[in-house]
Ligand binder design. Structure first.
Ligand code: HPA
Ligand SMILES: [Zn+2]
Length: 353
């Protein structure tokens, strides 16, 4: 018995030495900014294209991967929409979503709130129910088999018009139970949130929560519009808020979360280098920021790779990583008791590691 405390101490001190990489890998996390179409790995894309008798414009996986070099958001979106065009059947959407869920399961992601873009599919003749049935079935399997909880968010493509968004909202109404919120994505500059004010008003009337991409490439005024006109309760990206001191104060006072996507920002040249990523500046200003992967198949990393990339570039401490993991649940749409439970688990993880 006398040796026990000593063994315990040794073990404790050894565990405290774990690398930042292992610390990130083991900590429970939630992902709040993820486009399911952006998880389409080239290997799966070729498999699904083959079984649907469709041709991809690239001769093989390597050639396709080489095309993943972008100078801005639009160059990425052109390839992203082309990739999604091989998704035809419910099983394709299931396989896409299941691949993502199993991947994040390996990374200790416990909760996901994911986007899907119905218009990307309905505009090429795929019915809304095929898309949502496949995604939902995989999410339910993820919950049952792996314990990963989820919410689904339907995004409107902002480069399309208001009437297309209204039509999409109409199509979503029979699936209200499955869709927690609506969002806004695609080409930001020139398509301000105000373009969709009426659609969002109707969505809120129907009981959906609202989020929007704003301030990724667009100006801080788009973040104001998202908050004031679309009544968003979370801002996707929001990088450009730092241009406006009053806006920063508002986001901090109301604790409106920002879902940041570091590797996406790097790959789309929103930041020139991760060393210049605004994450730490935002934390210092008391903003409720979270780390997410956006489109991991295209930007070179899932959750852990995103955490690690900023941790290394910005020399984050374990305490800051713990704060980010806690933020991810705080900013989620889980219930208060669910949040409290996971916060305790994170704190315990911190104490032990
Ligand atoms: O990063 C993004 N920004 C806007 N639209 C998108 N659609 C997929 N990814 C993105
Ligand atoms: Zn996004």
């Amino acid at each position: 018995m006398a040796a026990l405390p000593f063994i315990k101490f040794k073990e404790h001190s050894r565990m405290k030495d774990i690398s930042i990489e292992k610390f990130i890998a083991g900590i429970p996390k939630a992902e709040l900014h993820l486009h399911i179409e952006g998880t389409f790995e080239p290997e799966l894309m070729f498999t699904i294209a083959r079984r649907n008798n469709l041709k991809i414009n690239y001769s093989n996986v390597d050639a396709l991967k080489k095309a993943y070099r972008f100078n801005n958001l639009q160059e990425f979106l052109d390839i992203y929409y082309a990739g999604a065009s091989v998704l035809i059947h419910e099983q394709d959407f299931y396989d896409l979503t299941w691949a993502y869920i199993t991947k994040v399961n390996e990374q200790n992601v416990k909760h996901v709130e994911i986007f899907f873009d119905p218009q990307t599919h309905t505009n090429r003749g795929i019915s809304f129910d095929v898309v949502i049935n496949g995604i939902q079935r995989a999410l339910i399997d993820g919950q049952r088999k792996l314990g990963i909880s989820f919410r689904l968010i339907m995004c409107f493509l902002r480069h399309l018009d208001e009437s297309s968004a209204f039509k999409t909202l109409e199509q979503a109404l029979p699936y209200k139970k499955w869709i927690s919120g609506v969002g806004l994505d695609s080409s930001e500059v020139g398509n301000p949130p105000s373009k969709f004010q009426k659609v969002f008003e109707k969505a809120i009337e129907e009981g959906f929560l609202t989020v929007a991409h704003a301030g990724e490439e667009g100006p801080s005024s788009y973040i104001w519009e998202a908050i004031d006109l679309l009544k968003v309760i979370r801002v996707d990206h929001g990088n450009r808020c730092l241009d406006d001191d009053i806006l920063v104060k508002k986001l901090a006072n109301l604790q409106i979360p920002l879902t940041l996507c570091p590797l996406s920002n790097l790959e789309l040249k929103v930041v020139p280098d991760l060393k210049e990523h605004p994450l730490v500046k935002m934390m210092e200003r008391n903003l409720l920021v979270t780390i997410n992967s956006d489109d991991p198949a295209y930007f070179g990393g899932y959750m852990n790779e995103n955490y690690l990339a900023v941790a290394q570039a910005l020399h984050l401490s374990k305490k800051q990583i713990v704060q980010l993991a806690k933020n991810s649940f705080e900013a989620s749409w889980l219930s208060k008791p669910e949040k409290q439970k996971i916060m305790l688990q994170i704190e315990e993880y911190f104490q032990n590691n």
